[in-house]
Ligand binder design. Structure first.
Ligand SMILES: Nc1ncnc2c1ncn2[C@@H]1O[C@H](COP(=O)(O)OP(=O)(O)OP(=O)(O)O)[C@@H](O)[C@H]1O
Ligand SMILES: [Mg+2]
Length: 236
């Protein structure tokens, strides 16, 4: 079954059109990557899904047309967006950030269990639970951003450049945890990532965007084997 489907999605900033007919299909429990150079429209595609940019075309989530819905409505349907630059709340502690992630939930017991789960998934956060988010390292902030999204109990996670600015070993830790989350929770994912090697450890398939259009779509194994992908995204 298809959980999310984009067809011919367009978007503009002012007069400048930056998405020119993007398509994407995410199966239930699936993880799909979006690759592409700077400015290709990866972030804007995630914004179109989460309702933070106005979009044209078709965006259907769980059989429901969500294009044009306000971001809070989209979130309430079970789509959690971990934005580029992380967006944790610096003046709040780690625990408070996690609680903010769960603000729509009424099941106090489930929330407490999920906080424990997040701290098990990201043990670094356990030691910093009372620290302000602004005092965390870049890697810890990324972990917190993902954990906060988990706290909303999403059915679909939108991840934007989770490895950006992190040391390779930290980026690997973050992706290892997200892969574990995927296996244990079955949460579907759209994964925007410049580091295709990392992306391919997590996603089943991916699409490559160029100036707001899909130019190539395939399984991770297919894409990994292509010379043009190796040259552009895999360092040779
Ligand atoms: N708020 C904005 N206002 C105007 N133009 C924007 C805005 N955000 C992005 N753009 C432009 O839209 C195009 C697509 O940007 P987008 O952020 O979606 O690309 P991206 O693939 O995520 O790039 P990167 O890899 O650098 O994050 C780019 O040309 C960018 O300059
Ligand atoms: Mg981006």
């Amino acid at each position: 079954m298809t959980l999310l489907e984009l067809e011919g999605v367009t978007a503009s900033y002012g007069p400048v059109q930056v998405l020119d007919g993007v398509s994407l299909r995410v199966p239930d429990n699936g993880a799909v990557g979006i690759l592409g150079a700077n400015g290709a429209g990866k972030t804007t595609t995630l914004r179109a899904i989460s309702g933070t940019v106005r979009a044209g075309g078709r965006i259907v989530f769980d059989g429901k047309d969500i294009r044009g819905l306000r971001p809070d409505r989209v979130a309430a349907l079970g789509i959690a967006h971990v934005p580029e630059g992380r967006g944790t709340l610096g003046d709040l502690t780690v625990r408070e950030n996690l609680r903010v992630g769960a603000y729509l939930r009424k099941d106090a017991k489930g929330v407490a269990q999920d906080i424990d789960y997040c701290l098990d998934l990201f043990p670094n956060l356990q030691n910093r639970i009372r620290s302000n988010a602004s005092a965390l390292s870049g890697g810890e902030q990324q972990m917190l951003a993902v954990a906060r999204a988990i706290m909303s109990k999403p059915r679909l996670l939108l991840l934007d450049e989770a490895s950006l600015g992190l040391a390779p070993s930290t980026a690997k830790n973050v992706y290892d945890a997200i892969r574990r989350l995927r296996i244990e929770s079955g949460i579907a994912m759209v994964v925007v990532e410049q580091n295709a090697n990392l992306a391919f450890t997590l996603v089943d398939s991916a699409t490559v965007l160029e100036t707001g259009r899909n130019v190539l779509t395939g399984t991770s194994a297919e894409l990994r084997g292509m010379d043009e992908i190796r040259r552009a995204y895999l360092g040779g």
